[in-house]
Design a protein around this ligand. Structure first.
Ligand code: FMN
Length: 169
């Protein structure tokens, strides 16, 4: 295949693959680094590189899962609380081999949407690189991400806009 065909194939075969379909196999550390590194090549206006990506694995990932479940419990009103949903949150985290939190840094130099757009392009790069390595992944945007700032140590001008779940399929 020439490179045009390779690219077309990766773009067209990319899919969101959810934690229930992940195997328990470990993603190689260098593959995870490649996925993360690909984000840095996204186009970005005024070279602000607004994406802030943090990898969680192992015990840190468990802590992220517990934090998300606690946020759910604390933010949902008691009539709507579902035990199943509460348990599903940590289960999804446990079934993923790694999670990358997706945050945006608003530089103040550009309209906020431009920095969100650049971050979304960085996520697409990660999706495509994961596809090329046959790693399952997907971008998730649960309401809990609006309450992750303290856990992630985000600054006033930063916002978490998603969780990127990864696992071997
Ligand atoms: C900004 C953004 C947010 C998303 N948030 C969620 C989400 O919260 N839950 C979910 O199941 N999928 C989420 N997705 C994944 C979409 O459901 C998925 O991309 C869509 O179903 C199309 O499937 P594909 O990615 O396989 O083409 C999100 C995708 C994007 C781009």
């Amino acid at each position: 295949m020439d490179q045009v065909e390779v690219l077309k194939n990766i773009i067209e075969t990319r899919r969101s693959i959810f934690p229930k379909s992940y195997s328990t196999d470990e993603i190689d550390e260098n593959v995870l680094e490649e996925i993360l590194n690909s984000a840095n090549f996204a186009p970005n206006h005024k070279r602000t590189k607004p994406w802030r990506l943090k990898i969680f694995r192992g015990e840190e990932k468990n802590q992220l899962g517990i934090t998300l479940a606690n946020i759910y419990q604390q933010t949902v009103n008691s009539q709507s609380f579902l035990e199943k949903k509460f348990l599903d949150i940590t289960d999804k985290v446990a079934k993923s081999n790694a999670i990358i939190t997706i945050s945006v840094n608003f530089s103040g130099l550009l309209p906020e949407w431009e920095e969100i757009a650049a971050t979304a392009m960085a996520v697409q790069n990660m999706y495509l690189t994961a596809t090329a390595h046959e790693i399952g992944c997907y971008w998730s945007t649960p309401g809990m991400i609006n309450h992750l700032g303290e856990f992630l140590g985000l600054e006033e001008n930063q916002k978490c806009i998603g969780l990127f779940y990864l696992g071997k399929v």
